[in-house]
Design a protein around this ligand. Structure first.
Ligand code: F6R
Length: 365
Protein backbone atom coordinates (compact mmCIF):
# COMPACT_ATOMS: atom_id res chain seq x y z
CA UNK A 1 0.00 0.00 0.00
CA UNK A 2 2.76 2.39 0.96
CA UNK A 3 4.81 1.83 -2.16
CA UNK A 4 7.96 1.17 -0.14
CA UNK A 5 7.56 4.21 2.13
CA UNK A 6 7.40 4.00 5.90
CA UNK A 7 4.41 6.36 6.14
CA UNK A 8 1.65 7.91 4.06
CA UNK A 9 3.23 11.28 4.82
CA UNK A 10 6.42 10.34 3.00
CA UNK A 11 4.60 8.56 0.20
CA UNK A 12 2.23 11.46 -0.43
CA UNK A 13 5.07 13.97 -0.33
CA UNK A 14 6.64 11.96 -3.13
CA UNK A 15 3.40 12.18 -5.14
CA UNK A 16 3.56 15.98 -5.30
CA UNK A 17 4.72 16.21 -8.91
CA UNK A 18 1.77 14.12 -10.12
CA UNK A 19 -0.61 16.07 -7.86
CA UNK A 20 0.43 19.35 -9.44
CA UNK A 21 0.50 18.01 -12.99
CA UNK A 22 -2.86 16.27 -12.81
CA UNK A 23 -4.49 19.33 -11.27
CA UNK A 24 -3.08 21.79 -13.78
CA UNK A 25 -3.64 19.67 -16.86
CA UNK A 26 -7.24 18.93 -15.90
CA UNK A 27 -7.88 22.67 -15.67
CA UNK A 28 -6.47 23.21 -19.14
CA UNK A 29 -8.90 22.95 -21.97
CA UNK A 30 -6.47 22.71 -24.83
CA UNK A 31 -5.07 26.21 -24.93
CA UNK A 32 -8.05 27.72 -23.25
CA UNK A 33 -9.53 28.43 -19.89
CA UNK A 34 -10.10 26.25 -16.87
CA UNK A 35 -12.89 23.83 -17.61
CA UNK A 36 -15.77 26.23 -17.71
CA UNK A 37 -18.59 23.92 -16.72
CA UNK A 38 -16.82 23.20 -13.44
CA UNK A 39 -16.19 26.83 -12.74
CA UNK A 40 -19.88 27.52 -13.41
CA UNK A 41 -19.23 31.25 -13.31
CA UNK A 42 -18.97 32.64 -16.80
CA UNK A 43 -16.40 35.02 -18.21
CA UNK A 44 -18.90 37.88 -18.20
CA UNK A 45 -19.39 37.53 -14.45
CA UNK A 46 -15.67 37.16 -13.81
CA UNK A 47 -14.97 40.32 -15.78
CA UNK A 48 -17.07 42.17 -13.19
CA UNK A 49 -15.08 40.92 -10.21
CA UNK A 50 -13.42 43.80 -8.38
CA UNK A 51 -12.21 41.98 -5.30
CA UNK A 52 -11.22 38.40 -4.56
CA UNK A 53 -11.40 36.97 -1.06
CA UNK A 54 -9.64 33.69 -0.27
CA UNK A 55 -10.46 31.73 2.88
CA UNK A 56 -9.29 28.43 4.33
CA UNK A 57 -7.74 26.81 7.41
CA UNK A 58 -4.22 25.60 8.14
CA UNK A 59 -2.33 24.44 5.09
CA UNK A 60 -5.18 25.48 2.80
CA UNK A 61 -4.99 29.01 4.22
CA UNK A 62 -1.28 29.08 3.44
CA UNK A 63 -1.98 28.06 -0.17
CA UNK A 64 -4.44 30.97 -0.23
CA UNK A 65 -1.71 33.37 0.87
CA UNK A 66 0.41 32.24 -2.07
CA UNK A 67 -2.69 32.62 -4.24
CA UNK A 68 -2.96 36.27 -3.26
CA UNK A 69 0.38 37.03 -4.91
CA UNK A 70 -0.57 35.05 -7.99
CA UNK A 71 -3.96 36.74 -8.50
CA UNK A 72 -2.73 40.25 -7.71
CA UNK A 73 0.34 39.87 -9.91
CA UNK A 74 -1.29 38.17 -12.89
CA UNK A 75 -4.81 39.62 -12.87
CA UNK A 76 -4.24 42.91 -10.97
CA UNK A 77 -7.35 42.36 -8.84
CA UNK A 78 -7.03 43.11 -5.11
CA UNK A 79 -7.13 40.03 -2.92
CA UNK A 80 -7.92 39.59 0.75
CA UNK A 81 -6.94 36.34 2.48
CA UNK A 82 -8.13 35.23 5.87
CA UNK A 83 -8.48 32.23 8.11
CA UNK A 84 -12.05 30.97 7.59
CA UNK A 85 -12.90 30.95 11.29
CA UNK A 86 -11.91 34.61 11.56
CA UNK A 87 -13.33 35.94 8.33
CA UNK A 88 -16.88 35.05 9.21
CA UNK A 89 -16.88 37.17 12.32
CA UNK A 90 -15.25 40.22 10.82
CA UNK A 91 -18.49 41.59 9.44
CA UNK A 92 -16.90 41.45 5.99
CA UNK A 93 -17.75 43.88 3.23
CA UNK A 94 -19.08 41.89 0.30
CA UNK A 95 -21.17 42.48 -2.79
CA UNK A 96 -21.96 40.92 -6.15
CA UNK A 97 -18.58 42.07 -7.51
CA UNK A 98 -16.71 40.11 -4.85
CA UNK A 99 -15.56 36.60 -5.63
CA UNK A 100 -14.87 34.38 -2.64
CA UNK A 101 -12.66 31.32 -3.03
CA UNK A 102 -12.93 28.74 -0.27
CA UNK A 103 -10.02 26.28 -0.16
CA UNK A 104 -10.34 22.95 1.62
CA UNK A 105 -8.58 19.70 0.84
CA UNK A 106 -11.34 17.63 2.44
CA UNK A 107 -14.13 19.99 1.46
CA UNK A 108 -15.54 19.30 4.91
CA UNK A 109 -13.89 21.86 7.21
CA UNK A 110 -16.91 23.37 8.89
CA UNK A 111 -15.45 26.84 9.22
CA UNK A 112 -14.68 27.13 5.54
CA UNK A 113 -18.13 25.87 4.57
CA UNK A 114 -20.02 28.16 6.93
CA UNK A 115 -17.88 31.19 6.04
CA UNK A 116 -18.49 30.57 2.33
CA UNK A 117 -22.22 30.27 2.93
CA UNK A 118 -22.26 33.56 4.81
CA UNK A 119 -20.50 35.22 1.90
CA UNK A 120 -23.18 33.95 -0.46
CA UNK A 121 -25.91 35.29 1.78
CA UNK A 122 -24.16 38.65 1.58
CA UNK A 123 -24.31 38.58 -2.20
CA UNK A 124 -20.83 37.35 -3.18
CA UNK A 125 -20.13 34.73 -5.85
CA UNK A 126 -18.20 31.73 -4.59
CA UNK A 127 -15.78 29.10 -5.84
CA UNK A 128 -14.53 26.03 -3.98
CA UNK A 129 -11.06 24.60 -4.44
CA UNK A 130 -11.23 21.09 -3.02
CA UNK A 131 -9.72 17.66 -3.50
CA UNK A 132 -12.88 15.70 -2.79
CA UNK A 133 -15.53 15.39 -5.48
CA UNK A 134 -19.02 15.87 -4.09
CA UNK A 135 -17.75 17.22 -0.74
CA UNK A 136 -19.94 19.69 1.15
CA UNK A 137 -17.86 22.67 0.09
CA UNK A 138 -18.15 21.66 -3.58
CA UNK A 139 -21.92 21.53 -3.22
CA UNK A 140 -22.28 24.81 -1.38
CA UNK A 141 -20.13 26.89 -3.76
CA UNK A 142 -21.39 28.38 -7.03
CA UNK A 143 -18.43 26.84 -8.87
CA UNK A 144 -15.67 24.32 -8.18
CA UNK A 145 -12.07 23.92 -9.21
CA UNK A 146 -10.99 20.43 -8.21
CA UNK A 147 -7.46 19.62 -7.19
CA UNK A 148 -6.54 16.18 -8.46
CA UNK A 149 -4.00 15.09 -5.89
CA UNK A 150 -5.57 11.69 -5.23
CA UNK A 151 -6.54 10.62 -1.72
CA UNK A 152 -4.52 12.11 1.11
CA UNK A 153 -4.41 9.80 4.13
CA UNK A 154 -1.73 11.47 6.24
CA UNK A 155 -3.26 14.01 8.61
CA UNK A 156 -0.57 16.53 7.66
CA UNK A 157 -1.12 17.78 4.12
CA UNK A 158 1.68 17.68 1.58
CA UNK A 159 0.79 17.04 -2.06
CA UNK A 160 -2.61 18.71 -1.80
CA UNK A 161 -0.89 21.98 -0.85
CA UNK A 162 0.99 21.97 -4.14
CA UNK A 163 -2.17 21.05 -6.02
CA UNK A 164 -4.03 23.93 -4.35
CA UNK A 165 -1.34 26.39 -5.45
CA UNK A 166 -1.56 24.90 -8.96
CA UNK A 167 -5.34 25.43 -9.08
CA UNK A 168 -4.96 28.99 -7.78
CA UNK A 169 -2.31 29.73 -10.39
CA UNK A 170 -4.57 28.42 -13.16
CA UNK A 171 -7.40 30.55 -11.85
CA UNK A 172 -5.13 33.62 -11.66
CA UNK A 173 -4.04 33.15 -15.28
CA UNK A 174 -7.64 32.75 -16.43
CA UNK A 175 -8.77 35.83 -14.53
CA UNK A 176 -5.82 37.74 -15.99
CA UNK A 177 -6.92 36.76 -19.47
CA UNK A 178 -10.46 37.92 -18.80
CA UNK A 179 -9.31 41.15 -17.19
CA UNK A 180 -6.97 41.82 -20.10
CA UNK A 181 -3.80 41.87 -18.01
CA UNK A 182 -2.53 38.81 -19.88
CA UNK A 183 -2.63 38.36 -23.64
CA UNK A 184 -3.87 34.94 -24.75
CA UNK A 185 -0.37 33.97 -25.88
CA UNK A 186 1.11 34.93 -22.56
CA UNK A 187 -1.62 33.08 -20.68
CA UNK A 188 -0.91 30.01 -22.76
CA UNK A 189 2.80 30.24 -22.06
CA UNK A 190 2.17 30.66 -18.34
CA UNK A 191 -0.03 27.56 -18.25
CA UNK A 192 2.69 25.59 -19.92
CA UNK A 193 5.31 26.90 -17.51
CA UNK A 194 3.14 25.81 -14.64
CA UNK A 195 2.73 22.28 -16.00
CA UNK A 196 6.50 22.17 -16.52
CA UNK A 197 6.98 22.60 -12.78
CA UNK A 198 6.00 18.93 -12.34
CA UNK A 199 9.34 17.42 -13.43
CA UNK A 200 11.17 20.05 -11.37
CA UNK A 201 9.14 19.10 -8.30
CA UNK A 202 10.09 15.48 -8.90
CA UNK A 203 13.82 16.17 -9.13
CA UNK A 204 13.62 18.43 -6.08
CA UNK A 205 12.06 15.74 -3.90
CA UNK A 206 14.74 13.33 -5.08
CA UNK A 207 17.33 15.52 -3.40
CA UNK A 208 16.20 14.51 0.06
CA UNK A 209 19.22 12.27 0.56
CA UNK A 210 21.54 15.25 -0.01
CA UNK A 211 19.48 17.48 2.29
CA UNK A 212 19.60 14.87 5.03
CA UNK A 213 23.39 15.01 5.25
CA UNK A 214 23.25 18.79 5.44
CA UNK A 215 20.74 19.12 8.28
CA UNK A 216 21.31 15.89 10.25
CA UNK A 217 23.04 17.67 13.11
CA UNK A 218 20.12 20.07 13.69
CA UNK A 219 17.35 17.50 13.98
CA UNK A 220 17.40 17.30 17.77
CA UNK A 221 17.30 21.04 18.36
CA UNK A 222 13.92 22.31 19.38
CA UNK A 223 13.55 26.01 18.66
CA UNK A 224 12.96 26.83 15.01
CA UNK A 225 12.16 30.02 13.15
CA UNK A 226 11.17 30.14 9.50
CA UNK A 227 11.60 33.34 7.56
CA UNK A 228 10.81 34.44 4.04
CA UNK A 229 9.64 37.52 2.21
CA UNK A 230 6.96 38.20 -0.33
CA UNK A 231 5.45 34.98 -1.62
CA UNK A 232 7.99 32.94 0.32
CA UNK A 233 6.56 34.18 3.61
CA UNK A 234 3.53 31.86 3.37
CA UNK A 235 5.99 29.06 2.56
CA UNK A 236 7.79 29.86 5.83
CA UNK A 237 4.41 29.69 7.60
CA UNK A 238 3.73 26.30 6.09
CA UNK A 239 7.19 25.04 7.10
CA UNK A 240 6.56 26.12 10.69
CA UNK A 241 3.10 24.52 10.74
CA UNK A 242 4.44 21.21 9.42
CA UNK A 243 7.15 21.18 12.08
CA UNK A 244 4.75 22.01 14.90
CA UNK A 245 2.19 19.43 13.99
CA UNK A 246 4.61 16.57 13.22
CA UNK A 247 7.34 17.02 15.82
CA UNK A 248 5.51 19.08 18.49
CA UNK A 249 8.35 21.55 18.84
CA UNK A 250 8.08 25.31 18.88
CA UNK A 251 8.39 26.70 15.37
CA UNK A 252 7.42 30.19 14.32
CA UNK A 253 7.31 31.96 11.00
CA UNK A 254 8.03 35.61 10.31
CA UNK A 255 8.32 37.85 7.30
CA UNK A 256 12.09 38.32 7.36
CA UNK A 257 11.84 42.10 7.61
CA UNK A 258 9.79 41.83 10.82
CA UNK A 259 12.50 40.03 12.79
CA UNK A 260 14.16 43.23 13.89
CA UNK A 261 10.85 44.57 15.20
CA UNK A 262 10.80 42.13 18.10
CA UNK A 263 11.32 38.42 17.45
CA UNK A 264 15.06 38.82 16.95
CA UNK A 265 15.32 39.17 20.73
CA UNK A 266 14.60 35.42 20.96
CA UNK A 267 17.60 34.44 18.83
CA UNK A 268 20.66 32.86 20.44
CA UNK A 269 22.96 29.87 19.83
CA UNK A 270 20.17 27.40 20.59
CA UNK A 271 17.83 28.75 17.92
CA UNK A 272 17.71 27.55 14.33
CA UNK A 273 16.56 29.91 11.60
CA UNK A 274 15.45 28.41 8.31
CA UNK A 275 15.51 31.12 5.65
CA UNK A 276 14.00 30.98 2.16
CA UNK A 277 16.19 32.86 -0.26
CA UNK A 278 14.24 33.58 -3.40
CA UNK A 279 15.63 34.67 -6.66
CA UNK A 280 13.64 37.87 -6.73
CA UNK A 281 13.83 41.59 -6.23
CA UNK A 282 14.02 41.15 -2.45
CA UNK A 283 17.10 38.99 -2.63
CA UNK A 284 19.54 41.57 -1.28
CA UNK A 285 17.21 42.73 1.47
CA UNK A 286 16.88 39.11 2.52
CA UNK A 287 20.65 38.77 2.66
CA UNK A 288 20.88 41.67 5.08
CA UNK A 289 18.17 40.01 7.21
CA UNK A 290 20.34 36.90 7.26
CA UNK A 291 23.30 38.90 8.48
CA UNK A 292 21.18 40.12 11.39
CA UNK A 293 20.38 36.49 12.27
CA UNK A 294 23.99 35.46 11.98
CA UNK A 295 25.13 38.25 14.28
CA UNK A 296 22.88 36.86 17.06
CA UNK A 297 24.64 33.49 16.90
CA UNK A 298 21.61 31.50 15.72
CA UNK A 299 22.16 28.48 13.48
CA UNK A 300 21.21 29.39 9.94
CA UNK A 301 19.84 26.96 7.37
CA UNK A 302 19.22 28.61 4.01
CA UNK A 303 17.05 27.21 1.23
CA UNK A 304 18.42 28.62 -2.03
CA UNK A 305 18.30 27.88 -5.74
CA UNK A 306 21.23 26.15 -7.47
CA UNK A 307 23.84 28.63 -8.53
CA UNK A 308 22.98 31.19 -5.86
CA UNK A 309 25.96 31.16 -3.54
CA UNK A 310 25.32 34.55 -2.03
CA UNK A 311 24.40 33.13 1.39
CA UNK A 312 26.94 30.30 1.50
CA UNK A 313 29.35 32.20 3.74
CA UNK A 314 26.62 33.21 6.16
CA UNK A 315 24.81 29.88 6.39
CA UNK A 316 25.63 26.84 8.51
CA UNK A 317 23.83 24.70 5.94
CA UNK A 318 22.35 25.28 2.49
CA UNK A 319 19.50 23.21 1.07
CA UNK A 320 19.46 23.55 -2.69
CA UNK A 321 16.47 23.47 -5.00
CA UNK A 322 16.48 23.89 -8.79
CA UNK A 323 16.06 27.47 -10.04
CA UNK A 324 12.63 28.46 -11.37
CA UNK A 325 10.49 31.56 -11.93
CA UNK A 326 10.14 33.55 -8.70
CA UNK A 327 6.38 33.16 -8.99
CA UNK A 328 6.67 29.37 -8.84
CA UNK A 329 9.29 29.15 -6.10
CA UNK A 330 6.71 28.23 -3.40
CA UNK A 331 6.14 24.94 -5.23
CA UNK A 332 9.79 23.95 -4.79
CA UNK A 333 10.82 25.67 -1.58
CA UNK A 334 8.08 24.06 0.48
CA UNK A 335 9.48 20.60 -0.30
CA UNK A 336 12.64 20.67 1.86
CA UNK A 337 10.54 22.10 4.69
CA UNK A 338 8.03 19.24 4.45
CA UNK A 339 10.89 16.75 4.35
CA UNK A 340 12.61 18.39 7.32
CA UNK A 341 9.42 18.26 9.43
CA UNK A 342 9.12 14.54 8.66
CA UNK A 343 12.68 13.85 9.81
CA UNK A 344 12.19 15.88 12.98
CA UNK A 345 9.23 13.63 13.83
CA UNK A 346 11.09 10.46 12.90
CA UNK A 347 14.13 11.10 15.07
CA UNK A 348 11.69 11.66 17.93
CA UNK A 349 9.99 8.33 17.21
CA UNK A 350 6.65 10.00 16.43
CA UNK A 351 3.82 8.82 14.19
CA UNK A 352 4.09 10.82 10.97
CA UNK A 353 0.61 9.97 9.79
CA UNK A 354 -1.36 10.59 12.96
CA UNK A 355 0.07 13.41 15.04
CA UNK A 356 -1.43 13.67 18.51
CA UNK A 357 -4.53 15.83 19.06
CA UNK A 358 -5.25 16.23 15.34
CA UNK A 359 -7.91 14.91 12.97
CA UNK A 360 -7.78 14.85 9.18
CA UNK A 361 -11.16 16.51 8.93
CA UNK A 362 -12.31 19.12 11.38
CA UNK A 363 -16.09 19.41 11.47
CA UNK A 364 -16.54 21.52 14.58
CA UNK A 365 -16.00 25.23 14.88
C1 F6R B 1 -1.87 20.72 8.15
C2 F6R B 1 -3.23 20.34 7.82
C3 F6R B 1 -4.35 21.18 8.34
C4 F6R B 1 -5.42 21.35 7.26
C5 F6R B 1 -6.62 22.11 7.80
C6 F6R B 1 -7.65 22.38 6.72
O1 F6R B 1 -0.96 19.83 7.59
O2 F6R B 1 -3.44 19.37 7.15
O3 F6R B 1 -3.88 22.42 8.76
O4 F6R B 1 -4.84 22.02 6.19
O5 F6R B 1 -7.20 21.39 8.84
O6 F6R B 1 -8.16 21.22 6.18
P1 F6R B 1 -8.94 21.22 4.82
O7 F6R B 1 -8.02 21.67 3.78
O8 F6R B 1 -9.42 19.81 4.61
O9 F6R B 1 -10.08 22.19 5.00
Amino acid sequence: VLDGFASYYEMELHQSAEALYDTVSALMDGNRAPVIDQLRIDAYELARVRKVVIIGCGTSYHAGLVGRYLVEHLARVPVEVDVASEYRYRDPILDADTLVIGISQSGESLETITALRDCQVNGARTIAITNVIGSQLSRVADGVLYTRAGPEISVASTKTHLAQIGALAMFAIYLGEIKGTLYPDEAKRRRQELAEMAPLIRTTVEREGIWRGVVEQYLLLDRFFFIGRNLLYPVAMEGALKMKELSYIAAEAYPAGELKHGPIAMLDEQAVVVALLGDDRLHDKMLSNLEEVRARGAKLIVVAPDGDQSADDLADAVLRVPPCLALHAPLLMVLPLQVLAGWMAKVRGLDLDKPRNLAKTVTVE
